[in-house]
Write a protein that binds this ligand. Sequence first.
Ligand SMILES: [Zn+2]
Length: 106
Amino acid sequence: MNVLARIKRFLTYWVIKTTHGMLTCGEADQFMVDYLEYRLDPEVRERFENHLENCICCKGFLAAYRRTIELARACAEPAVPPDGPRMPPALMEAIIAARKGVPPPS
Ligand SMILES: [Zn+2]
């Protein structure tokens, strides 16, 4: 997050804490990540959740954001866990034999 984005976020956070109006979609958008990572103050979190209850757009955006994070984490996981199942030795021998042009062991 660049400096201007941080300043904007700080000012929005301050305004939210010192006023009692409903969040705008733009304000709610700035707190999506903090909301998902449980970093919002309780009062801001409550106002954010109130906005979500009344705004289908932000609710959908949050669901998509959450799903994107899940998919990114799934992609970052190794395809074969280091302590997971290994290739059966007989299959490995068959592949090696096939590459050498000899019949696999029976
Ligand atoms: Zn909204």
